[in-house]
Write a protein that binds this ligand. Structure first.
Ligand SMILES: CC(=O)N[C@@H](CCC[C@H](N)C(=O)O)C(=O)O
Length: 372
């Protein structure tokens, strides 16, 4: 069998965007084919899969979830095993998450757990969201593949390897993508009065959007509006007819999400009037917040407290989004941040987690699931 580091490096080289994880799925299937098959069942769903291991004396089914997609980020780590998919990278650590999950499956096929275990390899966490449709399919078509309790981890570059950081209740924000298209009148750079310039309109819109958090959201509450991509125009001496802003909204509850969206719509209406253009808004996909089940989060924290090499940390909530929120909305469970000891953060082109996290987490999660 390949080592965990070899698995991670192989997966690291083939990052694929949401619902395009074809090579990733094939790699996982070929890895699973090498394992003892007697107590293993593999079910594919779109580009994801569900791996079931039957327990020796089960009273319940424990779920473990990993995400499998990469990001449209150009890798700059300089490592020999860098992404072979130009412009795409596992910049959110999903290569590590998958490796931990595969290590877990290998351990459980070598020595079966007491409980049944389902490992969910879920596509499209970065977008457009795979958890909700996967769960809907499970509920409608394969309720036998659901579980009674579910857990997951996410690498955290800022913590040392061995850190298990989580909290009961809200861990991650609810999110909504944000796509705004502006359409005006293009024309010659020398005749601005005959056009409706969408570079200028988009620049104004961008700045006004940033007033929502500072001027509309209660300072005792929290929200984020990030525009990560802005495009407009075609060439330096043609006034732009079109512009597009792509971003994301984060809040800690559904009501403040509604309020932020109400303000975005009002500001867009103002831009239409001020710049005599049309502005259309598309909220893309939305993720339910990650609300850890209190008992499950406490179970993880107290297990980590006793586990050699682990440091339990009751961390604050974060504005990251995670469609694992849909799993814990329906099934009691918890997610934790797992230390990855790296000076570059998530979604950065130089993010390169410390590979010691692979064996630590495979063993930690295996022992935790065996304890349930
Ligand atoms: C853990 C993490 O980084 N998750 C992503 C989820 C993105 C959801 C969606 N595409 C959005 O941008 O709203 C994150 O950016 O937090």
């Amino acid at each position: 069998m390949q080592s965990l580091i070899e698995i991670r490096r192989a997966l690291h080289q083939i990052p694929e965007l949401g619902f395009q994880e074809v090579k990733t799925q094939a790699y996982i299937l070929s890895f699973l084919a090498e394992l003892p098959q007697e107590h293993l069942t593999v079910t594919t769903w779109r580009t994801g899969l569900i791996v079931s291991i039957s327990g020796t004396n089960p009273s319940k089914t424990i779920g473990w979830r990993t995400d499998i997609d990469g990001l449209p980020v150009k890798e700059e780590t300089g490592v020999a095993y860098a992404s072979k998919h130009e412009g795409h990278m596992h910049a959110c650590g999903h290569d590590c998450h998958m490796t931990v999950a595969l290590g877990l499956v290998a351990a459980f096929t070598a020595s079966r757990p007491k409980q049944n275990v389902n490992v969910y390899f879920q596509p499209a966490e970065e977008g457009p969201g795979g958890a909700e449709p996967m769960l809907n399919w499970l509920k409608e078509e394969r309720p036998d593949l659901l579980c009674d309790e579910i857990y997951a981890l996410h690498v955290a570059p800022e913590y040392p390897v061995g850190t298990v950081a989580t909290r009961p209740g809200l861990l991650f924000a609810n999110t909504s993508e944000l796509f705004i298209d502006l359409k005006g009148i293009g024309g010659h750079a020398a005749y601005p009065h005959k056009t409706r310039d969408m570079v200028v309109a988009a620049a104004n819109l961008l700045l006004q959007l940033q007033t929502i958090v500072s001027r509309n959201v209660d300072p005792m509450s929290s929200a984020v509006i990030t525009v990560g991509k802005m495009t407009a125009g075609t060439v330096q001496n043609v006034i732009a007819e079109n512009a597009r802003l792509e971003g994301t909204i984060r809040t800690l509850n559904a009501d403040s999400m509604q309020e932020v969206k109400r303000r975005i719509e009002a500001i867009c209406a103002g831009i239409e009037a001020a710049f005599e253009c049309t502005v259309s808004i598309d909220y893309g996909s939305m993720y339910y917040e990650v609300n850890n089940d209190s008992a499950c989060a406490e179970r993880l924290l107290s297990f980590a407290k006793e586990y050699e090499g682990a440091t339990d940390y009751r961390c604050p909530a974060a504005m990251t989004g995670e469609d694992f929120g849909y799993f814990v909305k329906e099934i009691p469970g918890a997610m934790f941040w797992s230390g990855a000891n790296c000076s570059y953060g998530l979604h950065q082109s130089k993010m390169n987690p410390d590979e010691k996290l692979l064996s630590f987490n495979s063993e930690f999660v295996e022992a935790f699931i065996r304890s349930l």
